[in-house]
Design a protein around this ligand. Structure first.
Ligand SMILES: O=C(O)CCC(=O)C(=O)O
Ligand SMILES: [Fe+2]
Length: 269
């Protein structure tokens, strides 16, 4: 059953159901160490193959209904760099099936607790946004997510499908507080920065990434299939929702297409 979390997450490899167990404690310790040193921690094979295939099928079905986000924005501290290009499709939580394994994974309290523990952030809650809390980005050939810093550390992503060619996730680890940040950004934009590394995550990999500390981008996708990424949002406050401005920019709508009710579980527990 793909609504059963043990059928979705490889709990044999990643025993995160009970964080007090020695194996889970060790995983949390390693994750914190990697995040502090490299700005990123990946869990390859986090999702079981059948669940991954179901997630890909659902995302593929929804892709024609994705909102196309096309803009240029500054993703750098004030006065640095230039605007970079954003071109991708966004699928919202409100478009997913009621029993979507993507939504089921997001609403699993075990994952929320694990992420909270690794990031050492408490209180820690899933975003309650009916559209943007749990989303899929779809990058087709020609699409990209230009260089930027995130507003917060600790973005949680699940790679659903790698693109045919291009579309690499590239980043300059832990550079935010560098005294030479301005020239470093210029080098990155000129493609001459030797600190940029590539993260080669395969489909089914869960990634925790400190996107406030590390400059990053998704390079232009060059050939089909498109790149599919599932992205989860969290907040220190319960019931967090995004502004109309954010919803319009990412999804082209203020209100969810399906109204949450007892049949459509909200992301909050
Ligand atoms: O798609 C990715 O791998 C990262 C997405 C990202 O950087 C973002 O949403 O800010
Ligand atoms: Fe980002």
């Amino acid at each position: 059953m793909l609504t059963d979390i043990a059928g979705i997450v490889d709990l044999d490899r990643y025993p995160i159901s009970s964080l007090e167990a020695p194996d889970a404690e060790e995983l949390v310790r390693v994750a914190r160490e990697r995040l502090a040193e490299d700005g990123v921690f990946t869990l390859p094979g986090f999702i079981r193959p059948a669940a991954l295939a179901a997630m890909q099928r659902e995302a593929d079905r929804l892709c024609p209904h994705a909102f196309r986000r096309l803009d240029h924005r500054s993703g750098f501290p004030p006065g640095m760099g230039e605007v970079t290009r954003v071109s991708l499709g966004c699928i919202g939580y409100d478009q997913m099936e009621l029993e979507s394994p993507m939504g089921r994974l997001f609403r699993w309290e075990g994952l929320t607790r694990f992420v909270s523990e690794v990031l050492e952030r408490r209180p820690f809650h899933r975003s309650a946004d009916p559209i943007a809390s749990c989303m899929v980005t779809d990058l087709a050939p020609g699409d990209e997510l230009g260089w930027h810093f995130d507003a917060n550390d600790g973005i949680v992503t699940l790679m659903l499908r790698s693109p045919g060619a291009g579309g690499a996730f590239e980043y300059a680890p832990n550079v935010r507080r560098r005294h030479d940040l301005r020239s470093l950004i210029d080098e990155v934009l000129a493609d001459t920065c030797e600190e940029v590394v590539e993260l080669g995550a395969r489909p089914g990999t869960l990634t925790l990434f400190n996107g406030f500390q590390s400059l990053h981008r998704v390079a232009p996708v060059e050939s089909a299939p498109s790149r599919l990424m599932l992205i989860f949002s969290y907040d220190s406050a319960p019931g967090q929702v995004f502004s109309d401005e954010v919803r319009l920019r990412f999804f082209g709508r203020r209100e969810p297409v399906a109204v949450p009710d007892e049949d459509r579980p909200l992301p909050v527990s």
